[in-house]
Design a binder for this molecule. Structure first.
Ligand SMILES: [Zn+2]
Length: 207
C-alpha cells in the first residue's frame, strides 16, 4: 500500500533538498564566483544526476507536475521535451520516460550562441515542455523560448528541479514548475560577505 501511495506523491521540497545535499549537488560553505560574487551555498546539479536512482526520483517527481496539467496530459504523447543545455539532458530523458513523450531536443552553446543541432527543425514539430536541472536567472529558459518559436512550435510546459525565486515564475503565460524554490543570496563583494567576516575558507567555483 505504501508503494501504491508513493506512486502518486511528489516528494516535499525538504525531501528534494536532502537528496541534493546527500549527493553533493547542494553544498554549503563559502563560494566565490568568477564574477566576484560570494555565496554561502552552491548547486552543482549533475552530481545528483550521476546516480541513476536519484536521477529517476527527481525526474519522475518533476514529470508529475506536468502530468496533472490537463493541457499537457491531453497533448501527450505528441509532446517534445526540450533542454536548454547539457545540464538539462538527463532531466529531459527522465521526464520523457515518465510522460512517454515522443521527442527530445537539447540546445548547446556554439560560438557563444545557444542553438540546436543542424536539421532538428525537420520532421514533426510537437508542442514543447522545456526542462532544466536548475533555473538561476531564467536567461537560458528565455533563449530556449526563442529557439522553440523558431521551430514554429508552442510551449505547453516548463520546469526545473530547482528554481531560484529571483528567476521568472512563468514563460509565455505558462507557469514554471519546480520541486524546490530556493531564495539564493549573493554578496556583491568580499567586503559585503558574512562568510568572509566569519573567516570561512573560500572555494572558487567555475560558474
Ligand atoms: Zn566571502
Amino acid at each position: 500500500m505504501a508503494a501504491a501511495l508513493g506512486v502518486q506523491l511528489i516528494p516535499s521540497p525538504e525531501e528534494i533538498m536532502q537528496i541534493l545535499k546527500r549527493t553533493g549537488a547542494f553544498r554549503e560553505g563559502h563560494f566565490v564566483y568568477p564574477t566576484g560574487k560570494h555565496t554561502a551555498h552552491y548547486f552543482q546539479m549533475p552530481l545528483a544526476f550521476r546516480y541513476y536512482d536519484t536521477a529517476r526520483v527527481l525526474a519522475v517527481a518533476l514529470s508529475r507536475k506536468f502530468r496533472v496539467n490537463r493541457d499537457i496530459a491531453s497533448q501527450l504523447p505528441k509532446v517534445s521535451i526540450i533542454s536548454p543545455s547539457s545540464g538539462g539532458i538527463p532531466v529531459a530523458f527522465g521526464v520523457r520516460d515518465a510522460l512517454s513523450a515522443q521527442q527530445i531536443y537539447w540546445a548547446e552553446q556554439e560560438n557563444g550562441k545557444r542553438m540546436y543541432r543542424q536539421y532538428v527543425n525537420q520532421g514533426d514539430i510537437n508542442p514543447c515542455i522545456i526542462v532544466d536541472d536548475i533555473i538561476r536567472s531564467g536567461h537560458a529558459i528565455e533563449e530556449t523560448v526563442e529557439l522553440v518559436r523558431g521551430l514554429g512550435s508552442s510551449i505547453t510546459g516548463c520546469g526545473a528541479i530547482v528554481r531560484f525565486t529571483s528567476a521568472p515564475d512563468q514563460v509565455e503565460g505558462v507557469k514554471i514548475e519546480s520541486l524546490v524554490e530556493f531564495d539564493a543570496k549573493y554578496y556583491e563583494s568580499a567586503e559585503a560577505c558574512s562568510e568572509c567576516k566569519k573567516g570561512v575558507p573560500e572555494e572558487h567555483v567555475r560558474f
